[in-house]
Design a binder for this molecule. Structure first.
Ligand code: BGC
Length: 574
């Protein structure tokens, strides 16, 4: 596949995909909670960014203990978000805009309110109902958890069933007690997921972002995790557990999924379906290759840039592995700079000595270190954005990054909803700060345009509080400013279509002999200056001698030919 011309590509290989965190995007009913109809009312905005698809964070019925990542029913829409009819209407309208929809599939676990789990609680130890999950007897007299595994969001990974005298088994929940893990070796579980694929493909969705790939599949004996070093943070212990993370057993699950997907394609010619894997395999290219074998995922997120400090060596490192995989296997990366789990980039890069979290759950680390300079962070994120818009592969944008939203750091504890905050007793701040409802205009009475008033004119408080100055970031404010982040995203999207998409799906890191990061993709050379000073490029350099600047993250500063402004990115085309 490497070196394909655009016509031979699958749509998802170099698509622009916009992640909608449904709860915080747009509220059409005035209850302070985003919904499907709200998305439908804002399709013009998404269209203006030139996107190919929307990825919807989980919008299935759910008690919302982990905001949708605790699915109670995989075949419906959460009532606060609307109905299946609303969903179908969104699909149809999106299609009018040539926008596809990707769902978020959560295979690793469901909600403790899922009917199967409820049935398992009522059933006997050893029953068929319990075999769909990991129910085990406790150690010793049964009072100790079956093993020492920790939950990803704090505490033990095991919860004891206490509501029966004769029982007292424990069940496994890798994330929280509200999210019991499925045992994917069970035939019912396999069939369940095959049915889920069929159900959503029949409605017209184009694929799935597959959640929590790393911990799906366990060592069959569930042995104790070997001791971890004192340097491993409380939320990182799960991620170094060799018996539950990146297990060979997981690959059996992904092979089943892929064959279900392909059998659907065979029965429905013309459908070009995909699955992208969410797993943090940063600097582990061998894992990316394993998971993107032709019988598993089509793509895997490349989070390397998202977790990279703003520094030449780290940026180059973050590019090299994905490029090597692309060039050798043809598997195009799924680039991303933000998502609903990570502190927003403007805040992250707004620190001179940005120490970024190695793992996504640990947002506290990102808060330590130097004071935050949001102007600097915005400038650097413009440069990062200009970089990823030129790269081969798909781009996943997270809602609000096109508005330059910063992380909201000062949410009062009473308003925090993330289970990470609660299960660590506030020791970890969690992820609410990147999930604040979007500002669409400056009207305070409608929560900055987030909420459409209800029929009686009322507007409920947004589910997470918006800061007083949120209107400064509103879409309407940005529309009037041709230096805004929004303008950068729109022009970058156009430039991508004109200069980048036409290039081969291949790239390499260049040595430009300067303080600069260089990338070549066919006839396009991208130069990033990650320093605090303007840097002159050698226009006689063989890579640049016939090239002219065609796009810049700081268009108003392109005065001196050959000088890359501080903290900026320039594209050169031959
Ligand atoms: C999702 C998180 C979620 C977790 C558990 C992650 O990978 O992105 O938001 O809390 O999976 O489902």
């Amino acid at each position: 596949m490497a070196g394909n011309t655009p016509l031979q590509r699958h749509w998802w290989q170099d698509a622009l995909i916009y992640q909608v965190y449904v709860r915080s995007f747009a509220d059409s009913t005035g209850d302070g909670i985003g919904d499907i109809e709200g998305i439908r009312s804002r399709l013009d905005h998404l269209d203006s960014l030139g996107i190919d698809a929307i990825w919807l964070n989980p919008c299935y019925p759910s008690p919302q203990q982990d905001h949708g990542y605790d699915v109670a029913d995989y075949f419906g829409i959460h009532d606060e978000y609307g109905t299946l009819a609303d969903f179908d209407a969104l699909l149809a309208d999106a299609e009018q805009h040539n926008i596809k929809i990707l769902m978020d599939l959560v295979p690793s676990h469901c909600s403790n309110e899922h009917e199967w789990f409820q049935a398992a609680l009522l059933a006997e130890p050893g029953s068929a109902e319990r075999a769909r999950f990991y129910f085990r007897d406790g150690k010793g007299d049964g009072n100790e958890p079956p093993n020492n595994w920790r939950a990803a969001f704090g505490g033990s990974a095991w919860t004891r069933v206490n509501d029966r005298d004769d029982d007292g088994q424990w069940y496994l929940g890798t994330f929280t007690p509200h999210q019991p893990d499925f045992d994917h070796t069970h035939v019912d579980v396999k069939q369940h997921f095959a049915d889920i694929f069929e159900f959503w493909f029949d409605r017209g969705v184009a694929g799935f972002r597959v959640d929590a790939v790393a911990p799906t599949g366990k060592h069959p004996d569930l042995p104790d995790q070997p001791p971890v070093g004192a340097d491993v943070g409380i939320l990182d212990i799960t991620w170094v557990n060799p018996y539950t993370v990146f297990r060979p057993e997981g690959h059996d699950v992904w092979r089943e999924f892929r064959s279900t997907l392909e059998s659907y394609e065979l029965r429905h010619p013309g459908r070009d379906l995909m699955m992208v894997a969410e797993a943090y395999a940063v600097r582990r290219p061998e894992l990316v290759k394993e998971f993107t074998q032709p019988d598993q995922f089509h793509q895997m997120f490349s989070f390397d840039l998202m977790l990279s400090p703003w520094e030449k060596g780290s940026i180059e490192l973050a590019l090299r592995d994905p490029f090597e995989i692309l060039n050798s296997t043809g598997v195009a990366p799924a680039w991303t700079l933000n998502n609903h789990d990570i502190q927003r980039i403007v805040t992250r890069l707004g620190k001179a000595d940005a120490h970024l979290p190695e793992s996504w759950t640990n947002n506290n680390l990102a808060l330590s270190g130097a004071a935050i300079d949001l102007e600097l962070g915005a400038r650097r994120s413009r440069a990062m954005t200009a970089l990823i818009f030129a790269l081969p592969g798909s781009l996943y944008l997270y809602q609000g990054e096109e508005l330059g939203l910063p992380e909201v750091l000062d949410i009062p504890a009473d308003y925090r909803e993330d289970p990470i905050f609660h299960l660590t007793d506030g020791a970890e701040v969690g992820r609410d700060g990147c999930r604040i409802p979007l500002p669409w205009n400056t009207d305070v009475s409608t929560s900055f345009g987030f909420s459409k008033p209800a029929a009686d004119g009322s507007v409920g408080e947004p589910w997470l509080p918006q800061p007083a100055g949120w209107g400064a970031y509103a879409l309407a404010t940005a529309e009037d400013d041709d230096t805004s982040m929004l303008e950068l995203y729109r022009t970058a999207s156009d430039a991508r279509a004109e200069f980048a998409i036409v290039q081969p799906l291949r790239a390499e890191v260049l040595d430009l002999g300067h303080d600069l990061v260089g990338v070549r993709r066919g006839g396009l050379v991208i130069v990033v200056n990650a320093t605090m000073q303007p840097v002159a490029v050698d226009l006689e350099h063989p890579e640049l001698s016939i090239a002219r600047p065609v796009f810049s993250s700081e268009p108003n500063e392109m005065h001196t030919p050959g000088v890359i402004p501080a903290n900026s990115t320039v594209w050169f085309a031959s």
